[in-house]
Write a protein that binds this ligand. Structure first.
Ligand code: ADP
Ligand code: MG
Length: 753
């Protein structure tokens, strides 16, 4: 069997400071990837964090050092909750400061703008005008320092490492405007009369607008990360433990494994465990997305954060702290929100070359205007290149995809769909074929022995005793059913030697010095065990009833068959029909008998069946479909289906609500229902559409704006872009993107009852 957990990779989660734009993202990623041993590094602009996976254990200090070397700060994230709260308070103070900065720039900028438009400012060739303008020069300088200082610092940091980023563009645009104005006042004579103009208001208004855009973006963003906060708030603060026969309420951080915890009606279950006393119904919808409460009896698993309905029970804790399902879900969701789909990597690459490209365009614009423009050439040169620098700021570009991923992944989690990689989210909506494993996926995965059919001279007890004795050594669900049936009848088991499991066929071993074979008809053929026509007929008949016939042979003679049935999940058929209506081809794959598979398939409206497929061949079948240009989604239980899940374009693991560490799958369905696939695909479709809209929103301003700003239309229409309008458009593009992503929050793939 393929190991599903690759222990040799390590993952580090780092918090970043000083990161402000899309070009920072690709710079940090590159720096991290250059560290020896680093396999992958993904930086998230929204979360301001990095996820780094490395081949071997390497010191985090090396990673932090690499980030510091290019001018950013980094620290390790240990405790998610702590991190979240420091981040919130940091964000609040950042927001406050940004508000002051924006306010000052607005207060200074608006009157300047009005005065400029009314043209009532005395010309600075007069002594009074000179004085006033020198005063303004100082005032705007101070405003630039306070309200726009962060752009200049950012630009300086980038410059020191020979790079340019979004800050560079803003700093250049506004800085040059201010400097030009200073020159115009101090050395008026140098400039032709028509170019004797100051651009203080433009510099200040641009700063005000860009800050305003960032403010609005920050406000809107607060909602997008709410899914993590919602998950964190699910866990109750205290638990009622029974220690030394006394019941006390303690903070859940103090719970240890093996504690007995009492849960009363209407209470939330604090951590994961197993019921040892009492009985109840538990609403698990917050974890699995399934609306109906589940019945819980003794020995049933309960999951922290789920809600106890009417009954009362005591459970023994099995997982606390970081190991609970909820903690793992939170970590998984955060990871996925940080990971990048292909679209985002593309956007980052574009953003990486965007800034230098824009600077070149700005320089070319300046040169062309200076050499071929009309008078006042110097003024036109300045206005056009300033507008180019400002409008081309790619700040919305870096946001466009990650912000949709963030909302989409969170939305999916609300429906019991855990997305491990954002790429799976992007690809899910492009699938053309869905391959469903039978056992545990279409069926409940809880097979039961229905009947035992002995050959002549043998009886039920002998058959079940032999079979169960062998199956004790197997982990197969069918094995469990056989062992359970024997135990229920009270048969005592026999010792087995030379036990062997033959994947996809069955098991064998020696009992009382006799060789016993147990498994499907293929196993009997393989061992050249003579067929028994009566039992053969019986087996065919059972298969038609959707039951799985298991043959048992002792010393080369078939002694009987055991028939096992695994009931179909109640909502499988509805979900399969919905998938078909969405235009997908649905195929069932199984190692089970042809007849049984066919019979089950017909009950759930599946027309394509791949039966008697060996576990190791499932991945091959997927690859064959892919060779036919199908985009294949594979749905399986994630244990013996791991290679097939990994081979598929998108692997969906059917979780039992308890195992979420299935690394071979891109998407985990917590609820176990096939409806989750439909939901996942719908959420994917909406998220991808949202990403594309965002990319459009981020680009359209730049694409239309840059040529206009450069003055392409000027020779024909006399149209130029006022740098202030460029600033407004740029601010608007971030706001458009964030607001659009927020729309996704209100999407529901189906009504939650
Ligand atoms: P699935 O695709 O349904 O998960 P498997 O590949 O695990 O099926 O098994 C295929 C078939 O092999 C089963 O339907 C059964 O007939 C036989 N088989 C495998 N393991 C066992 C076992 N331990 N006991 C009995 N039969 C087995
Ligand atoms: Mg299976």
């Amino acid at each position: 069997m393929n190991s599903t957990v690759n222990k040799s990779t390590n993952t580090y989660h780092l918090a970043l400071t000083g990161i402000s734009c899309a070009s920072c993202v690709s710079r940090i990623e590159k720096a991290l990837q250059a560290v020896p041993g680093v396999q992958d590094a993904q930086v998230n602009l929204i979360e301001k964090s990095a996820i780094v996976s490395t081949k071997n254990e390497i010191s985090v200090d090396v990673l932090i050092h690499a980030i510091k070397a290019i001018g950013y700060e980094a620290s390790v994230i240990n405790n998610l909750e702590e991190e979240e709260s420091t981040k919130t308070s940091l964000e609040q103070s950042y927001y406050r400061h940004l508000t002051y900065k924006t306010a000052l720039a607005t207060i200074v900028g608006i009157p300047l703008l009005v005065v400029g438009m009314l043209n009532i400012m005395p010309s600075f060739s007069t002594p009074l005008g000179h004085q006033i303008n020198l005063g303004l020069c100082l005032l705007t300088f101070l405003t630039l320092v306070y309200s726009g200082g962060h752009f200049f610092i950012g630009a300086w940091k980038a410059l020191r490492t020979h790079a340019a980023n979004m800050d560079t563009l803003i700093a250049l645009g506004t800085g040059v405007a201010w400097l030009y104005s200073l020159v115009a006042i101090l050395f008026t004579k140098w400039l032709p009369p028509l170019a004797q103009h100051v651009y203080f208001e433009a510099a200040i208004i641009i700063i005000a607008l860009v800050n305003l855009g960032a403010l609005l973006e920050l406000r809107a963003r607060r909602h997008t990360s709410s899914s993590i906060k919602r998950l964190m708030s699910l866990q109750p603060k205290t638990a009622r433990v029974i220690r030394e026969k006394e019941e006390i309420d303690i903070p859940i951080a103090q719970l240890i494994i093996g504690d007995f915890v009492r849960v009363r009606p209407g209470e939330q279950i604090p951590v994961d465990g197993i019921v040892i006393e009492g009985q109840s119904h538990v609403d698990e919808s917050m974890i699995t997305g399934e609306p109906l409460p589940k019945e819980k009896n003794i020995n049933d698993k309960v999951v922290g954060a789920t809600l106890n309905k009417s009954g009362s029970f005591i459970f023994k804790t099995t997982h606390v702290g970081k190991d609970t399902i909820l903690a793992q879900i939170i970590q998984l969701v955060q990871h996925a929100q940080n990971s990048k789909p292909a679209l985002a990597r593309l956007a980052d690459q574009i953003a990486g070359v965007f800034v230098p490209t824009v600077m070149i365009i700005a320089i070319l614009t300046a040169l062309i205007w200076f050499n071929a423009g009309i008078e006042p050439r110097v003024a036109y040169m300045l206005v056009t290149s300033m507008a180019v620098l400002v409008i081309a700021c790619p700040c919305a570009l870096g946001l466009a995809v990650p912000i949709s991923v963030m909302v989409g992944v969170g939305k999916a989690a609300e429906h019991g769909i855990l997305i491990r990689q954002a790429d799976a989210l992007q690809q899910a909506c492009q699938l053309t074929t869905i391959v469903l494993d039978k056992t545990g996926t279409i069926t409940q995965g809880q097979p039961q022995v229905i009947g035992v059919y002995p050959a002549q001279n043998w009886d039920v007890q002998q058959i079940l005793t032999y079979a169960a004795s062998l199956e004790v050594g197997s982990e197969h669900p069918l094995a469990e059913a056989i062992v359970k049936a024997a135990k229920e009848k009270g048969y005592s088991l026999l010792p087995v030697t030379n036990f062997q499991a033959i994947s996809g066929y069955g098991v064998n071993g020696s009992i009382q010095e006799k060789t016993v074979w147990l498994g499907n008809s293929k196993l009997m053929t393989l061992q050249k065990i003579p067929t028994n026509p009566t039992l053969e007929n019986q087996a065919d008949h059972l298969a038609k009833l959707s039951q799985t016939p298991i043959y048992i042979a002792v010393e080369n003679q078939i002694i009987g068959i055991i028939s096992i049935a695994d009931p179909i999940k109640s909502d499988s058929k509805a979900a399969i029909i919905q998938l078909q209506q969405m235009g997908l081809k649905v195929i069932m794959i199984t190692g089970d008998h042809h007849g049984t598979a066919q019979s089950i398939a017909s009950q759930v409206n599946i027309h394509d069946v791949m039966a008697e497929v060996l576990p190791q061949d499932k991945a091959k079948k997927i690859a064959e479909l892919q060779a036919l240009k199908q985009r294949v989604g594979m749905v399986g239980d994630g244990i013996n289906d791991a290679p097939a899940l990994a081979q598929a374009d998108v692997g969906f693991a059917i979780g039992t609500g308890t195992d979420i560490a299935i690394e071979s799958a891109g998407i985990i369905l917590m609820g176990g229902s096939l409806q989750g696939i439909v939901d996942a695909m719908l959420i994917s479709r909406h998220t991808v559409r949202n990403m594309k809209q965002n990319l459009f929103g981020a680009f359209i301003y730049n694409i239309i704006g840059i040529p206009i700003a450069a003055g392409v239309l000027f020779p024909f229409t006399g149209l130029l872009l006022n740098p202030m309008i460029a600033g407004a458009a740029m601010a608007l593009s971030s706001v458009t993107v964030v607001a659009n992503a927020n729309r996704l929050r209100f999407y529901h793939p189906r009504k939650v009852i």
